[in-house]
Design a protein. Sequence first.
Length: 499
Amino acid sequence: MTIETQSGFGTGFLVQANGTLVTNYHVIKDAQQIKVTLESGEVYRAAYLLRTDEEKDIAILRIEGADLPVLTLGNSDANATKVGEDVMAIGTPEGLEQTVSTGIVSGRRLMPPGYTLLQTTAPISHGSSGGPLLNRAGQSVGIMTSFLAEGQNLNFAVPINYVRGMLDVLALSPSLPARLIFDRVRAVIKATLTITASSPTMTYGDPVPAITPSYSGFVNGDNVSVVTTAPTCTTTYGSRTSTSNAGSSPETVCSGGVAANYNLSYITGKVMVNKAPLTVTASSHTILYGDLSPTITPQYSGFVNGDSTAVLTTAPVCKAAYIMIGGAGSSPETTCSGGVAANYSFSYVPGTLTVKIADVPTTPKPESSAGNKVSSKKATLYVYRSKRLAGSVFSPSVYCNDVELARMDNGRYFIAQLDPGKYILRSNDGSVINIQLEAGKEYFMRVDIVSIRGVWKNPRGRLVLSTPDQGGLEIKQLQPLDASKVRDHGRVLLQKPKD
């Protein structure tokens, strides 16, 4: 390369692809402006002076370049670069670029300050200072620095190993201050334009977002219109990959922009992935008054990416706010809670459990088939059997203190007249219910039985005692009975306590 300052010409050569170059100190000493022309013809009108050694006549500079061709540094020690070895010098003598001369290493000279110069027969002249001295392998073993005009072929080069040491110092201390030398008349240094990739916020399952660049550093009223090639922006986010899981932060990047008056630098961004909403609705059911609480199940809305309940690390638990004391016509709430899934945030919608009156006529008949009259001085007990028992051998009956008051042989219900007062309602499992019957009031009881697999084995029954205004006093689940006790299982057992 050729180095031109306000004082004249010199030569240099690149040692690092980032634009770091070597020349003689006397070539750039007191330089106020500079022009560096590469072998390719590319011209740089500014350079940073990074390091100098005035005694050894070495200067290290850097131009604003990238991926530039460099010379490999050889070894200038005596055992590697020997006297008599063929060498070649490249320079710009009297401004004649890329002039090549050949010779040998003709000696090593120890200079009074205590450093060594290589002596060579490869001739140089004014303008060749700072050029490389190459061995047969094309490696630089020295920097051409001077010649003796009164001698014959007495040329000298600074051993390249001195340069190696200075480069090592720069590598260890990259922030050492540098002086900018530029062509004050013609040079225009590119401004820095920073391009930042956008950082969108996404919800798990969303499609890959568009990543856009934002610019910082335009000057002179410029805007994005001066960017001749817009940068391309991408992200590692993928809607169906592990990088898209909730809580992840896939990177966003931009590259490839071009603007004539700007050096472009890039800052990465991140995609913030939030959890997707998952709605869990508790199932709704309709039951008959006195039935057991049904199984409440969750229903899901909001799965994405082909997900299913398989992604739940903890399934929601569902229940009904229902006990068998609840009255007919009530609508206790069904709820779910406690679900966990890595990529979902849960919201819960309650359901309802509608409890209907079962098998009790709205207007009971005033008398039973047995002819019992309703009395204002008595408590009237209407006993019904379920429609499911119609036509079966099951015949409910009412006993008080082991005396049968009434039995249903036909029809859907019958009436028993009871003295007002306290009673104990007994079920066949031995459990009891304390009740208070009042004169002139009507009470309704439904007797039900459920068969298992359609046969009278291991049956269970229910007793329901209610008044129209209360909707129900108590419900008891009876224990299993043998098939031989099916008829007894339908008994309504009352006991009048002794006062």
